[in-house]
Design a binder for this molecule. Structure first.
Ligand SMILES: [Zn+2]
Length: 168
């Protein structure tokens, strides 16, 4: 089994990220069957506003703003890829790493159940989440499979970087 390492750009993206999440990512790269890179860590409010405006994000209250979230992209043949199967393989490695380190992780493939609480394969988690949302009348559930975050319940955000008045 190949072993992978985080490249310099990935290391740079982890700057300012909560140490518990950094530990999980650093362990996941050792366990994963799918190479990955850290595509996005900490974001400024301006960056988040652009993601929100483009539809790439559904919130201005993102965990990326406080260092509680990372986006992991598959790295295949020297290219960054976003297909769902390799992203699910990364999610499997993140779950293994997080359980080993006893850090709860919420995943963008299934927002309503923690990745670390489920034993289902990540692809099944996506389908089950979509089915639950569809049952609630939302036919196009927002799936963000590269996204991993520390849950707010266990890791409440510190004072926001921007004052609430500016997040409108
Ligand atoms: Zn994200």
């Amino acid at each position: 089994m190949p072993t992978y390492h985080l490249g310099a750009k990935s290391q740079a993206e982890l700057q300012g990220i909560h140490p518990d999440l950094v530990k999980v990512v650093e362990r996941a790269i050792q366990l994963t069957t799918q190479d990955f890179s850290v595509h996005d860590g900490l974001r400024t409010l301006d960056e988040q506003k652009r993601y929100f405006a483009s539809g790439a994000s559904k919130t201005l209250d993102s965990r990326h703003l406080t260092g509680h979230a990372v986006d992991l992209a598959a790295y295949i043949n020297g290219r960054v890829r976003w297909e769902i199967i390799p992203l699910c393989n990364i999610a499997e490695a993140m779950r293994m790493a997080a359980r080993e380190l006893k850090v709860p992780i919420r995943w963008g493939g299934c927002w309503d159940e923690l990745l670390t609480d489920s034993d289902a394969p990540p692809e099944e988690m996506i389908h089950a989440y979509q089915a639950r949302r569809a049952a609630q009348g939302q036919l196009h559930a927002f799936i963000d499979a590269p996204h991993f975050e520390l849950p707010r319940t266990e890791y409440p955000a510190p004072a926001p970087i921007a004052t609430p008045a500016t997040i409108t």
